[in-house]
Design a protein around this ligand. Structure first.
Ligand SMILES: Cc1cc2nc3c(=O)[nH]c(=O)nc-3n(C[C@H](O)[C@H](O)[C@H](O)COP(=O)(O)OP(=O)(O)OC[C@H]3O[C@@H](n4cnc5c(N)ncnc54)[C@H](O)[C@@H]3O)c2cc1C
Length: 573
């Protein structure tokens, strides 16, 4: 199996699912050079963990042209024994993947969906259609795509091999860690023996069992419930509608909750809530799973079971996401229940957030203090996601008398009154979290910008991601509308001294006065940047605005300095 990767690594057509069960690719182990050399090597960035978070970071760094080493204890994608986990990927994640060059493959393999329906017994108590929420329609990426997580991981692996810069080391398990003023030192165990690596920056993307938490003494706020679930990934002879259906009280599951989603390869994820005292090995036995499926779909539906996995979840958040040289991200930083697809999606956002900052610091474009804003921004997001998912978990498995009464009252009202439907909580889907406490953003910034369309000067269509690729990791000042002579002088001074590019954004008719300009005839770019009229927006490489303002003056210079972790003097701009 180890060699099969060599044949498929750069081909675009391979499948991980063949017949029943998931056949994951196996990546070859290569003896690390440190073993023969007998001494540690030194790297600026070492990423530990090649799950969706670590691979997204590795791919983003590779794209920025930054070297790094990624160590993973396994030789494949998907986590050992839990190959099918994440399925729903949000627009923000899809936009990130478009920037990284893997979106087209995700779109080709995955399933787009926009309609969600929630039932209690036979009654539909809540529904939504994301196509009717116009904000979603402006991006070139859809609101959601459902796809097995390991596919995305596999596409990222191949893209990293294609881009170069980042070395992927499979079957390299980190077994010890220490850090001091000089560097961090990692001890790594491999099939060819142990070795040591030194690093300036270490990224802990080892997931929810992170050994780093103990090594660095991270404090964690945690909560464990008794909710139990069992996944059945199946193919059917008949097809339910391609919608997200959730039952809060499913008559065919002893009035417990059920989730039903379509993923890639025509595989349906059916996720059943179990009794709190259920035995995982019993509920995942094939006959028991088949009996459950028959109760739901009837005896005449032929079902092929692709994969079964019982699980419980907990909620955890580290109190700091940076400890000296170590940055925690993804599940190593916080663990949430799966409701709302907030686990993987926020790991992807963690990675996208740190990648451009590390790249800017490595390239000497930003001060090292910029890296502190990673904790400020992503910890705020982590806490928000923990809060939102905990609320859903309490609705789905109420424990106190008050929670049970609230749920009963909500369902009773929702059956009859539309206003109560918003209270039915089967998962608030992941969003691009705003940053309100960041030292790198002004109070006017901290909001995500969608991948909307504009026009290049020759009239051809462009997207926000094209602008970001053009900026190649630099900040972008977008100046909307005409600019005075003084404003143009300031923009020129700023771009001459700071790693910033400036672009004038005009409507269909206006004459450009700046060297670089694009047109925004429908106002989508301006709307996406959260500004109106004559204004500017400072756009970061992760498609967040760091700040917005009205006139091109000292406030812009100040905002650029902040976004680079430094102070820019107005004279130097
Ligand atoms: C049932 C279920 C459904 C879910 N649905 C969704 C969903 O729809 N959408 C979504 O966004 N999220 C979903 N999630 C959450 C999502 O799966 C996780 O948040 C995500 O996998 C976290 O990714 P990660 O890369 O941070 O960690 P992991 O995926 O856990 O990856 C960690 C990696 O680190 C490696 N590693 C660990 N220790 C070491 C070591 N010492 N040395 C070297 N390597 C090491 C492992 O081999 C692994 O590759 C779901 C989770 C579950 C359980």
């Amino acid at each position: 199996m180890a060699d099969s990767y060599a044949e498929t690594a750069y081909s675009n057509g391979y499948e991980f699912t063949q017949g029943s069960g998931y056949q994951l690719p196996a990546y070859a182990f290569k003896e690390p050079p440190e073993i023969a050399a007998g001494e540690p090597s030194h790297h600026e960035i070492v990423i530990v963990g090649g799950g969706i978070t670590g691979l997204t970071l590795a791919c983003a760094l590779a794209q920025y042209g930054i070297s790094a080493v990624l160590l993973d204890e396994d030789n494949t994608v998907g986590v050992k024994g839990a190959s099918s986990r994440g399925i729903c990927y949000t627009q923000k994640s899809l936009e990130i993947f478009e920037r990284l060059g893997v979106f087209d493959r995700i779109a080709a393999k995955g399933i787009q969906w926009s309609v969600g329906r929630t039932f209690a017994g036979q009654d539909e108590v809540y529904s939504f259609d994301l196509r009717q929420q116009s904000a979603f329609n402006l991006s070139s990426q859809p609101a959601f795509i459902n796809i097995q997580q390991f596919y995305i991981e596999g596409y990222l692996v191949e893209r990293i091999y294609q881009l170069g810069n980042v070395e992927l080391r499979w079957q390299n398990r980190v077994t010890a860690f220490e850090q001091d003023n000089e560097c961090a030192t990692l001890t790594v165990s491999t099939p060819a023996g142990d070795y040591r690596l030194r690093a300036d920056h270490v990224i802990d993307a080892t997931g929810c069992h992170s050994p780093f938490r103990q090594w660095i003494g991270a404090s964690v706020t945690a909560k464990k419930g008794d909710d139990r679930w069992c996944i059945a990934d199946v193919r059917f002879s008949t097809h339910p509608p391609v919608e997200r259906h959730t039952w809060i009280e499913a008559p065919f599951n002893e009035n417990r909750a059920v989730w039903q989603h379509l993923m890639g390869d025509n595989v349906w994820r059916i996720d059943y809530q179990m009794a709190p005292d259920s035995d995982p090995s019993e509920v995942s036995r094939e006959e028991v799973v088949r009996e459950r499926l028959t109760r739901q779909f009837g005896p005449d539906t032929e079902v092929e079971i692709v994969w079964v996995g019982p699980y419980a979840y907990r909620s955890e958040c580290v109190d700091r996401m940076r400890h000296g040289r170590v940055f925690l991200m993804g599940d190593s930083a916080k663990v949430v229940s799966p409701f709302g697809a907030r686990g993987g999606n926020t790991g992807i956002a963690d990675a996208d957030n740190l990648a451009w900052k590390l790249a800017a610091v490595m390239k000497g474009r930003a001060a090292p203090t910029l890296l502190d804003s990673y904790h400020e921004e992503r910890h705020e997001a982590a806490q928000q996601n923990v809060k939102v998912t905990n609320r859903t978990a309490r609705f789905l498995r109420p424990s106190s008398r008050a929670e049970k009464m609230f749920r009963q009252a909500t369902l009773g009202l929702a059956r009859q009154h539309p206003f109560a439907r918003q209270l039915v909580n089967t998962g608030r889907m992941a969003v691009a979290n705003p940053y309100t406490h960041s030292s790198a953003c002004e109070a006017t910034g901290g909001l995500s910008v969608q991948n909307v369309e504009f026009q290049w000067p020759d009239g051809s269509p462009g997207r926000v991601n094209d602008l970001l690729r053009w900026a190649d990791g630099r900040l972008l000042v977008l100046v909307f509308g005409s600019a005075s002579e003084a404003a143009l002088r300031r923009m020129a001074a700023l771009t001459g001294t700071a790693p910033v590019l400036a672009v004038q954004v005009l409507d269909a008719e206006d004459r450009p006065s700046a060297r670089e300009f694009v047109r925004d005839p429908k106002g989508h770019l301006q709307g996406a940047c959260h500004v109106f009229g004559h204004a500017w927006a400072l756009l970061r490489p992760d498609a967040y605005v760091a700040a917005t303002g009205e006139s091109v003056d000292a406030t812009l210079v100040h905002a650029v300095g902040k976004a680079l972790g430094t102070v820019l003097e107005e004279e130097s701009a």
